[in-house]
Design a protein around this ligand. Structure first.
Ligand code: ATP
Ligand code: MN
Length: 508
């Protein structure tokens, strides 16, 4: 502080340029008032700029005064002032945030100024720390009082004292994240220089970020964030049984399900593919409300639907997908191969490679020739599905067809129904419209319009040339069919049993 006093108006360089020398002689009164002015200014400065800059320990002194002509120093001083204001604001926020709460959250780590540099707070901060340098002597902690030093005369020890500061730094390592191994330090009077402390602090922060990232990945990979505890337990059981080696990342979170990639394990009575897809049907019922119509009117599930609770209905979706996939597989349609069904979790083969799911037709960006091949394949699959599997996909679009190994694979068949379903033909019409529009847009000239496609797939011959009449005819057919089904439901049920075996028995 004293040194500043030596700076005179003549020698003090102006921060904004070189000050002009005063030329006039002045009276004693002027000198007096000038001194007063200087004193006032000094007082102001000592408030505005941090103590460190003005003290003899500060790094910003050159020669005998503050080197304010250096832009760098000025910038640093301003930055310091800015940081100080930031920290003051932070303290206010911390106070407001914590209020009267018994448990408080510290914003300490967000401060810009190292506490050791910050004369405002270092006193209160170290109350608990200094006993540490001598663990066997729990004497009163030596804190620095508000005035900034202890002792008298030559023996003054300020808070900037190397030993005091070093001890504070050592103790402050306690504030690092718990994962950061700092040792216990007990029995050692360890004094960390600021430079070392700062380096360690930086390291601890970057370590914390890194570990947060790793932690995130692990959680997603074990599917923890995405599924409820009951499902987690179920997944755990599947892995524990050895059927799956590992459950990896989430492949997709759709409207009705979450799909994970898993490494196949082994089962006694069947082969498990090396890469599996695990489709977890969402148990949040909202998602399924609008799907009632698919399953409620499906005669295969009619008897059971009315008696089931919502949780069981969701399992029926998974079961339905399994049955439909099995039918498709029998017919040789490229689709995931069923591995097992556990409650609302369906395990099947993974379409893709090295944990990367095959792109959907929407994403695949096929060339014209490939698009053409894909179109013919889709056409024949739709016919097969209808004729051989007695199914209508009911959600067929470029989003539910994957392009893998140079061919199209059908997925997502939980909502698929028999053509005799009360709305089966409407669903088929919608599928045809999606397929027709997609391949027309892809430039496949051979693509028929949706009505032609519908007739090709269904073998029906509806002649209307506009959508409204066409739909009216479809609905009339459905009505006729429904009456027919009602009359013959017993006969069809027999077919159902043979086809899919006994209904699954659920345990709660
Ligand atoms: P969405 O609501 O998005 O249609 P969904 O709940 O109906 O989803 P699916 O369509 O069966 O579920 O699957 C969603 C996504 O998961 C698919 O687009 C595909 O990328 C991926 N997927 C599903 N099954 C498999 C599988 N067997 N192999 C590879 N990827 C799969
Ligand atoms: Mn889908």
């Amino acid at each position: 502080m004293d040194q500043v006093g030596f700076i005179t108006a003549e020698t003090r360089p102006s921060p904004w340029g070189v000050a002009t020398k005063p030329v006039n002689q002045c009276s004693l009164a002027d000198v007096m008032s000038e001194q007063l002015a200087r004193e006032l200014q000094l007082e102001e400065e000592s408030h505005a700029f941090p103590q460190e800059l003005l003290s003899d320990e500060g790094p910003f002194l050159t020669g005998e005064g503050i080197e304010t002509s250096s832009d760098e120093v000025l910038a640093q001083m301003l930055q310091m002032q800015f940081d100080r204001e930031h920290d003051a604001q932070l303290r206010r926020e911390e106070k407001k945030f914590n209020g009267d709460s018994k448990v408080s959250i510290s914003f300490e780590n967000y401060r810009k100024i190292h506490p050791c540099e910050d004369s405002d707070s270092s006193g209160e901060e170290v109350d608990w720390q200094d006993t540490r340098h001598d663990p066997y002597k729990a004497d009163k902690p030596t804190t620095t009082p508000k005035k900034g030093f202890v002792g008298k005369g030559k023996d003054i020890t300020t808070k900037h004292d190397e030993v005091v500061c070093g001890r504070k730094n050592t103790a402050r390592m306690e504030n690092f994240t718990p994962e950061f191994q700092v040792g216990d330090g007990i029995g050692m009077d360890l004094k960390l220089p600021n430079r070392v402390f700062n380096a360690l602090k930086q390291h601890s922060i970057s370590e914390q970020r890194r570990s947060a990232r790793l932690h995130d990945k692990k959680e997603v990979s074990t599917a923890e964030k995405v599924v409820d505890p009951k499902t987690r337990l179920l997944l755990y059981k599947i892995v524990n049984s050895g059927a799956l080696e590992n459950i990896n990342g989430c492949v997709s979170t759709g409207k009705e399900s979450v799909v994970f990639h898993a490494d196949g394990g082994s089962m006694e009575d069947q082969d498990v593919p090396p890469e599996c897809a695990l489709k977890v049907f969402k148990t949040t019922l909202n998602e399924f409300k609008n799907r009632d119509k698919y399953i409620k009117d499906d005669y295969r599930f009619k008897d059971r639907f009315s008696k089931l609770n919502p949780r069981k209905i969701i399992r029926m979706w998974a079961e339905k997908e399994m049955h439909n996939l099995k039918r498709m597989q029998k017919a040789g349609i490229p689709c995931p191969e069923v591995v097992m069904l556990k409650k609302h979790v369906l395990v099947m083969s993974f379409i893709g490679k090295d944990q990367m799911p095959a792109p959907t037709l929407k994403e695949a960006k096929l060339g014209l020739e490939e698009s053409k091949q894909a179109y013919y394949q889709v056409l024949s699959m739709m016919k097969q599905l209808y004729d051989e599997c007695s199914l209508v996909h009911a959600d067929l679009s470029e989003y539910n067809m994957l392009w893998h190994d140079g061919k199209v694979w059908l997925i997502d068949v939980s909502q698929s129904v028999e053509p005799t379903h009360p709305h089966g033909l409407e669903f088929l019409y919608r599928d045809c419209r999606n397929v027709s529009q997609f391949f027309q847009k892809s430039g496949v000239a051979e693509t028929p319009n949706e009505r032609e496609l519908f007739n090709i797939v269904s073998g029906l011959n509806i002649t209307s040339d506009n959508q409204v009449d066409f739909m009216a005819e479809i609905e009339a057919l459905e009505k006729m069919n429904e009456d027919h089904v009602q009359n013959h439901s017993k006969k069809i049920s027999t077919f159902q049993k043979d086809d899919e075996g006994p209904p699954l028995i659920y345990d709660e």
